[in-house]
Design a protein around this ligand. Structure first.
Ligand code: HEC
Ligand code: HEC
Length: 208
C-alpha cells in the first residue's frame, strides 16, 4: 500500500473508533437512533419479537455488526421497502447523515467488526454485483448511471454511504426494472470490500 493510502486507512480507523457503540451510547446516540427508527416508521414493521408475515423482528435488526455490513443490509432492504411503501402510497423516507449515524448506532454497529481492505475481493464484488451494468469505473462499464468516480465523496464512511445509497434506491430500483437487471444483494464483508476497492480506485477523501 502506498504511504498516502496508509494515512487514509489510519484516518478512517481512527474516525470510526470514535463511534464505538459504548462511546455513542454515552452520548445519547442510542436514544436518538431509536427516535429516528420510530420517526421513519421502521417500527411499523420491525417490532420486538417479530410478527407473522415475514417481517424480521427488531432483535434481528439490532445486533452487534460491522458498519459496512449494516450498510449492506440497508442496501438489501431497498426493493422490499420500496414495494411496500409504494403500495401504501407512503413517501420514501429521507435520511440526513446525522440521522443515519444515530440509526446505525441504535442498530448495534461496531466498526471493529469490519475487515481489513482486500482489493481483490473488492474487485470481485464489483463484478459479481453487476455495478458496471449501469455505472462506469475507469472508462469501463455502462453509461446508464453516473460514473462511480464522480461519486467518490459517497465512499467516505458507512453512514455517508448508507444515506446516499438510501436516497437513490428508488432511481436504482427503477433502472434495474427498466433494464431487466437483478438488484444486487450483499452478505458478509462484500460491501466493506466493494467500497474499499472503489475508494482505492477513486482517491476518495478520508472519513468524516
Ligand atoms: C413495510 C414494512 C417495512 C418497513 C416500514 C421497514 N422494513 Fe425493514 N424489512 C422489511 C422486510 C419485509 C424485510 C425482509 C426482506 C428484506 O430483507 O428486504 C426487512 C428487512 C430489514 C433489514 C435486514 C435486511 C438484510 O438483508 O439483512 C434491515 C436492516 C431493515 N429491514 C431495516 C429497516 C429500517 C432501518 C427501516 C426504517 C427506515 C425499515 N427496515 C422499515 C419490512 C419493512
Ligand atoms: C440497474 C442499474 C444500476 C445498478 C445495477 C447499480 N446502480 Fe448505482 N445508480 C443507478 C442510477 C440510475 C443512479 C442515479 C440515481 C440518481 O442520480 O437519481 C445510481 C446512483 C448511484 C450512486 C450515487 C448516489 C449519489 O447520491 O450520488 C452510487 C454511489 C451508486 N449508484 C453505486 C452503485 C454500486 C456500488 C452498484 C453495485 C453494487 C450500483 N450502483 C449498481 C443505477 C444502478
Amino acid at each position: 500500500m502506498a504511504p498516502r493510502h496508509w494515512r487514509v486507512a489510519v484516518t478512517i480507523v481512527v474516525a470510526l473508533a470514535a463511534l464505538t457503540p459504548r462511546a455513542a451510547r454515552a452520548d445519547g446516540h442510542d436514544t436518538q437512533g431509536r427516535r429516528v427508527f420510530e420517526a421513519k416508521r421502521c417500527g411499523q414493521c420491525h417490532v420486538p419479537g417479530g410478527r407473522e408475515s415475514g417481517m424480521p423482528a427488531l432483535e434481528e435488526l439490532r445486533r452487534p455488526q460491522g458498519a459496512w455490513h449494516l450498510a449492506g443490509r440497508l442496501w438489501n432492504h431497498g426493493p422490499a421497502m420500496f414495494t411496500a411503501l409504494s403500495s401504501q402510497a407512503v413517501p420514501w423516507p429521507a435520511f440526513t447523515i446525522e440521522e443515519m449515524t444515530v440509526l446505525m448506532v441504535y442498530l448495534g454497529v461496531n466498526p471493529a467488526a469490519d475487515p481489513a481492505p482486500d482489493p481483490q475481493r473488492g474487485l470481485a464484488a464489483l463484478v459479481q454485483k453487476g455495478c458496471l451494468k449501469c455505472h462506469a469505473l475507469g472508462g469501463e462499464g455502462a453509461r446508464i448511471a453516473p460514473a462511480l468516480e464522480s461519486r467518490a465523496d459517497a465512499f467516505t464512511s458507512p453512514a455517508v454511504w448508507a444515506a446516499r445509497i438510501w436516497r437513490h434506491t428508488p432511481a436504482m430500483a427503477a433502472a434495474a426494472m427498466a433494464h431487466g437487471i437483478n438488484y444486487p444483494r450483499f452478505t458478509g464483508h462484500e460491501m466493506a470490500q466493494l467500497v474499499a476497492y472503489l475508494k482505492s480506485r477513486t482517491g476518495a477523501p478520508p472519513a468524516r
